[in-house]
Design a protein around this ligand. Structure first.
Ligand code: TNX
Length: 761
């Protein structure tokens, strides 16, 4: 009888492991121990009975039930003990000890205990079992950064209170502790302010939305929505139960068009204004010379601080064009009256924004709170307790920390989850652009190497941002957020010496299982085949390496056919030296991933040696000159995929060594045009030939037309034909425009030129 009971029990026994995300900082699992802690219905949770621990215990019981179906009992013979009292300077540090008859969780604070519960939750199997075998283990864990943020724009599109709660659930799962709630923007005001009721009556509604990136067509679909102060408090409480602080952002003095629509007297021209139906940066901003603007801002921030207990209050500050201010007598008068003058790289209008920033700083600090803002707040001489959120790369963080301010890193190079996460954008929901795959997020190091030890201590954390111009549904929100948030949370939590991308990839399937459990929509690109193509100049061939998640089989074809379970099994790198279409997919238990497809087109220059005479633009060098002769085209207009190499200020000046004298009569290349970002077609090309690599003579040259407004997104192909010429070395100079035309948003600034494959026939 006993045997039967034992057998039926063990037949439905799951296993726990601590291969979780984020990777705990110290973990010892005793794999030699024969005993385990058996988590089953005879386990009870014990604690001191206070409010925090009672709630924590409830969460734990709920997690165990959700993951495994096991319902814990009161007064069982084995215990999970929750307690505070860990003596640690890190308030979120915890110890998790697994013994044969108990699990003891000791946190420095109740918040730390909650973080430990996430580790337990993620260690559990996600299938229904009667019992779980937990290995004997000891974990001592703590977050690397005190500020672990996630931002959510609910203005460009609106999400319900329940969806915001689910967003917070997602943050809790990833140990995020600051929820940055972006509450106003040009396209919608989303928080009730009692003193200014029109903010929601008028400001929360827009009539329609521009279609895609084309400002010439609208969809006719109204977008509206706001949160009452009561609802905001509900969110604050919901987050607080999960030890997540809610930081409200009132973005000012730019991004205020929805407020101007409600109260036009707050603008320089007096309006009328509409709640904006387009994307981008509008010139309509708050008037900085108008006293009622100042009163308005003080009132709004004070009401916000009545609602939100957060010690950090975000005052925005990004992207505030000065066009209206330059024409406004009140703004001029303010500059004069306050004696505002240009300083360093900031003109007097930038400094006028600085004046507004400092005014709000005082309102915020009068209430004992700390002002946070996007890196544009550096236009002001901000006091040292203001916090800089660096989004335009890491420059704002470096400057902020050098000035003695605390900084949070949220650069658009690594932390923008509105960017594409795959190169194959044709399979992706339409996005703003960019390319930020999971691996790139994972590779992010928040402490800039430019900082010395003392300055580095001012880096309090990192944050991801989700801007929602092109994200209409919450399911799409989840798709953009997951699993990139998993990569980011390891950046935020785990010490660099314990981070490892290969190990992360081994741990991600367990996270996917949890996402599935909760019905979260997530991106599955990590299951696809990741192909690396490296030109081998010796062999004059292309080396192909595939990888994917562990326990998945990779199968591929080179004849254009769709791979299936009978296609060639990938067993290691191989080379190709002719024209092929490569298709590869991964398989697990009969389930196939998305297929990747790359076309290799060879020509005389393919897989030869290429070197640059000029330096590519920062961030756009990727694998360098060899990319231009790797047989693979840039493809789409997404210039961040690594298949285009970008230059700004410089020309793309490349030398190609064909290896021996070759007769050639044609040269081709493509450019990438993404006009709104200053990425335009080439200005011209010069082709020189040489047989000794020293003395070059001109073979051909061409000039291309001025930058035209009409060419917004394109991959123009250039082909230059010339009388046959025998040459070994080719020097190709693809010229960039040195100044963008007057009608462009970045008029006068040097244009980028992005180049892909150079083909020679
Ligand atoms: C810049 S990031 C903005 C937002 C846009 C975002 C799109 C920042 C502080 N401002 O208004 O939504 O780019 O990626």
């Amino acid at each position: 009888m006993a045997c039967v009971a034992l057998c039926s029990c063990t037949s439905n026994m799951g296993k726990a492991d601590f291969n979780v995300i984020p990777q705990p900082n110290n973990i010892t699992v005793d794999s030699t121990a024969t005993a385990h802690f058996i988590l089953d219905k005879n386990v009870s949770i014990v604690h001191n009975g206070d409010e925090d621990m009672t709630r924590n215990a409830r969460f734990l019981a709920q997690y165990i039930q959700e993951m495994t179906g096991i319902e814990l009992s009161d007064g069982g013979d084995k215990v999970i003990k929750l307690q505070v009292g860990l003596n640690d300077e890190n308030p979120e540090a915890y110890k998790l000890q697994v013994y044969p008859d108990s699990v003891v969780i000791t946190g420095a604070t109740p918040a730390a205990v909650f973080r430990a519960l996430q580790t337990v939750r993620k260690s559990l199997p996600t299938t229904a079992v009667d019992a779980v075998e937990m290995p004997i283990a000891e974990i001592y864990d703590y977050p690397r950064f005190e500020y672990r943020g996630a931002h959510f724009d609910v203005c460009r599109h609106f999400y319900t209170i329940d969806e915001v709660k689910t967003f917070i659930d997602m943050l809790a799962l990833h140990n995020v502790n600051n929820f940055h709630w972006h509450l106003n923007d040009d396209q919608g005001w989303r928080i009730e302010i009692k003193k200014y009721p029109k903010l929601i009556e008028i400001g929360s509604k827009r009539t329609e939305t521009v279609i895609g990136r084309n400002p010439g067509k609208w969809d006719g679909v109204p977008v509206s929505g706001y949160y009452t102060q009561e609802q905001a408090k509900e969110i604050i409480e919901y987050a607080a139960e999960r030890y997540i602080n809610v930081i409200p952002e009132i973005d000012m003095p730019g991004h205020m068009r929805s407020a101007l629509a409600a109260y036009p007297h707050l603008g320089c021209t007096g309006g009328p204004y509409d709640v904006w139906t387009e994307w981008g940066v509008t010139p309509e901003v708050l008037c900085a010379g108008n006293d009622s603007t100042m009163t308005f801002l003080a009132d709004v921030f004070n009401e916000i601080m009545d609602i939100f207990p957060s010690k950090y209050i975000n005052a925005g500050g990004d992207e505030c064009p000065k066009t209206r201010w330059q024409e406004c007598p009140k703004c001029q008068a303010r500059i004069k009256a306050e004696g505002i003058v240009a300083k360093g790289r900031f003109n007097e209008f930038d400094r006028l924004q600085g004046y507004v920033t400092n005014y709000i700083y005082k309102v915020i600090s009068a209430r004992g709170r700390m002002m946070m803002g996007w890196d544009e707040i550096l236009q002001a001489d901000i006091p040292s307790d203001a916090i800089v959120l660096s989004w335009q790369g890491i420059a704002g963080a470096i400057e902020g920390a050098k000035r003695g301010n605390k900084v949070v890193l949220s650069p658009n190079t690594h932390c923008y989850f509105d960017f594409y996460q795959s190169k194959d954008v044709q399979f992706e929901p339409f996005a703003i652009g960019g390319y930020t795959p999971v691996e790139k997020v994972y590779s992010f190091e928040p402490v800039p190497s430019e900082l010395d030890e003392e300055q580095a201590k001012l880096v309090i954390g990192a944050q991801c941002n989700l801007w929602t111009e092109y994200i209409k549904t919450f399911s799409h929100v989840q798709y953009m957020e997951l699993p990139r948030l998993a990569a980011l949370c390891e950046v935020q939590w785990t010490e660099p010496e314990h981070k490892d991308y290969e190990s992360f990839k081994e741990r991600i399937p367990a996270m996917f299982a949890i996402y599935d459990k909760y019905g979260y929509n997530y991106a599955k690109h990590l299951c696809d085949v990741n192909a690396t193509y490296t030109p081998n100049t010796e062999k004059k061939a292309l080396e192909v390496t595939f990888s994917t998640l562990k326990n998945r089989e990779i199968r591929y074809t080179t004849d254009g056919n769709e791979p299936d379970e009978n296609s060639t099994l990938y067993s290691g790198p191989f080379t190709i030296d002719s024209d092929v279409i490569i298709k590869a997919a991964s398989f697990s238990n009969g389930v196939k991933s998305r297929t990747i497809c790359d076309t290799i087109n060879t020509n005389i220059a393919s897989f030869t040696k290429a070197t640059f005479n000029t330096v590519p633009a920062i961030g756009y060098a990727f694998n360098g000159a060899q990319t231009l002769v790797d047989g693979i085209m840039g493809g789409t207009t997404n210039y961040r995929t690594g298949r285009w190499i970008g230059f700004v200020g410089n020309n793309c000046d490349v030398v190609i060594d064909l290896g021996s004298e070759q007769s050639i009569s044609e040269l081709g290349f493509n450019c990438c045009v993404f006009q709104c970002d200053g990425v335009v077609d080439a200005a011209g090309v010069e082709i020189y030939g040489s047989n000794d690599g020293k003395e070059y003579s001109l073979i051909a040259s061409e000039e291309y037309p001025e930058v035209v407004k009409e060419m917004e997104f394109a991959t123009p192909h250039h082909e230059i034909k010339f009388a046959p010429k025998s040459t070994r070395y080719l020097n190709v100079i693809i010229k960039s425009h040195k100044a963008l035309p007057s009608w462009h948003a970045f008029a006068g600034a040097p244009a980028f030129v992005f180049v892909d494959e150079i083909t020679v026939k």
